[in-house]
Design a binder for this molecule. Structure first.
Ligand code: PGA
Length: 251
């Protein structure tokens, strides 16, 4: 059984200065659980160096919230894999906000996943259906497509460091989390897909997370399930004590 993974996606919140304060508060609040749970913080790009310094000597790990797939070049505003890898060990890819607001496709996600692995970054790949897709009964097909395209040409070797976050789009930031039974069912489907694509060992090694309105109040309903290996937490990760309570639930 891999260690559970709880990642805090801070999204576009805070500055480098406030991020250091939050990081220190999270380190203190999670001290008792940092052995048992892999804790990953994903601040904005501009805070990566400062948070990396604040995390030095702790067991917590650092993630970027996105990155480009190219190593360098004429890509105004973009951040490359080597730039991320200078500070972080993980990278969130294919978040639904990137897909919805920045036009990111499954093909882009696939390029980024390959680039992350090439640069030694562990990808946390997000998949999930919209409300309309769910209402039309297309949830499983949408996720299967996101996995097939997003993880295309990966192979068992390169899938070793993968985490997949099931994040129904309608559940993100909505106070309307997915029913835990349904989250467990979809995550089971994702596990089966991974085992089919990359083999049983890879399927059981990948860490599968639930994300979407996870709070300290509901986290245990997801994290107590054997099939759910952790959580990707947005809003509730901005409060150190609330986030620490989610980490405790994972342990
Ligand atoms: P939320 O965000 O916890 O605020 O719903 C989750 C996410 O976007 O990863």
């Amino acid at each position: 059984m891999p260690r559970p993974l709880v990642a805090g996606n801070w999204k576009m919140n805070g500055t480098a200065a406030t991020a250091v304060g939050l990081t220190e508060a999270v380190i203190a609040a999670t001290a008792a659980d940092a052995d048992a749970v892999q804790i990953v913080l994903a601040p904005p790009f501009t805070a990566l160096p400062a948070v990396a310094a604040a995390l030095a000597g702790s067991q917590l790990r650092l993630a970027a919230q996105d990155m480009h797939w190219l190593e360098r070049g004429a890509m105004t505003g973009a951040v490359s894999p080597p730039m991320v890898a200078e500070f972080a060990s993980h990278v969130i890819l294919g978040h639904s906000e990137r897909r919805a607001h920045f036009g990111e496709t499954d093909i882009d996600v696939n390029r980024k996943v390959h680039a992350a692995i090439r640069h030694g970054l562990a990808p946390i790949v997000c998949v999930g259906e919209t409300r309309l897709q769910r209402d039309e009964g297309r949830t499983d097909a949408v996720i299967e497509c996101q996995l097939r395209l997003g993880l295309g040409d990966l192979g068992a070797d390169r899938s070793a460091s993968l985490a997949i976050a099931y994040e129904p789009v309608w559940a993100i930031g909505s106070n309307d989390p997915c029913d835990p039974d349904e989250a467990d069912r979809v995550i089971g489907q994702i596990r089966d897909w991974l085992a089919g694509a990359f083999g049983d060992e890879a399927g059981s090694r990948a860490r599968l997370l639930y994300g979407g309105s996870v709070t300290s109040g509901n986290a245990v309903q997801y994290l107590s399930r054997p099939g759910i290996d952790g959580a990707l937490v947005g809003g509730a990760s901005l409060d150190a004590d609330g986030f620490a309570a989610i980490v405790r639930a994972a342990r």
